[in-house]
Design a protein around this ligand. Structure first.
Ligand SMILES: [Zn+2]
Length: 292
């Protein structure tokens, strides 16, 4: 069916920028790589403070997290200073420190959306913070986003794919075009708020490692469908950038075309999508549950 052809072999790359280090070093490197392949993708930016150092506190509390940090060589990925932000060193602002990099992303034709105000605190504390704290977090983040890009974001991707019912209620007020807050297998519509979810359905390098990450992604892509690959500026734009290039080569050879998530949003048959509630699940390679 020609009308469905446009939904075949489409890959959206969702690039999360979680840290100051990733914004400063990972994003320019990714822009270079994507430019070489003429690929447009969607950057989800952390706008405010980098409190990554607080993750160290998590080591003591969660043995699975420690395993993950060791397996992924966290200090190699994020740099030593990152490990101290928000503890021994003050938290620098992430995207707000680099307005020129934000402009560069946009001028190269990529999409920019809202990922976080304070990524680390959301990831660690959103469940026990008050509704007012969550509201303030969105307000500060969206104000900062508008300062950087001249307009409010039209999508939100929750840090660490962590959401709850209070978050969904606040999201309803913002009337985003789409959300990318889960690791579900297929796009769906969030019940009650009626917003399209474009999930990251593929595994990320950070979870499965390399080269396993490449083979597990390419084997799923054999189905020739529409997919979203979650990428981290700190990882694919850092020490694993050569593996990322390998993956792009293979995906291109497999006949996929790359596009932004807002393009995917337009391609989706919205009236045919399932309407349902998200649920939380512990996925392989992750230390805490995420929405699916
Ligand atoms: Zn993130």
């Amino acid at each position: 069916m020609p009308s469905d052809d446009k939904n075949k072999k489409v890959l959206g790359i969702k690039i999360d920028v979680d840290t100051y280090h990733g914004m400063k070093n990972g994003v320019p490197r990714l822009l270079n790589i994507l430019g070489n392949y003429d690929i447009k993708s969607t950057f989800f930016l952390s706008i405010g403070p980098d409190a990554s150092g607080r993750a160290i506190l998590q080591l003591i509390k969660n043995p699975r997290f420690l395993k993950k940090m060791v397996r992924t060589n966290a200090v190699g990925l994020y740099g030593l200073r990152t490990a101290l932000y928000g503890t021994l060193l003050p938290s620098p602002m992430i995207a707000l420190s680099f307005p020129e990099i934000v402009q560069e992303i946009l001028s190269q034709g990529h999409e920019v959306q809202f990922h976080a105000w304070d990524h680390r605190r959301w990831q660690d504390e959103v469940n026990r913070r008050s509704t007012q704290w969550i509201r303030d977090w969105f307000e500060k983040g969206i104000r900062g986003f508008a300062e950087l890009t001249g307009q409010p974001p039209s999508a939100f991707g929750a840090p660490a794919w962590a959401i709850d019912d209070r978050v969904m209620e606040i999201l309803e007020d913002y009337r985003f075009d789409y959300l990318s807050c889960t690791r579900a297998r297929k796009p769906f519509i969030h019940e009650k708020i009626g917003v399209v979810e474009i999930p990251s359905d593929l595994p990320c390098f950070e979870e499965v490692g390399v080269p396993e990450g490449i083979s597990s992604v390419t084997s799923i892509l054999k189905d020739g469908d529409m997919h979203v690959l979650p990428v981290h500026a700190e990882v694919e734009g850092g020490i694993w950038s050569s593996h990322f290039i390998d993956l792009l080569e293979q995906v291109t050879k497999a006949g996929y075309r790359f596009t932004t998530l807002s393009e995917i949003r337009k391609l989706l048959p919205v009236d045919k999508l399932t309407v349902r509630k998200y649920r939380m699940e512990l996925l392989p390679g992750r230390s805490v549950p995420c929405a699916v």
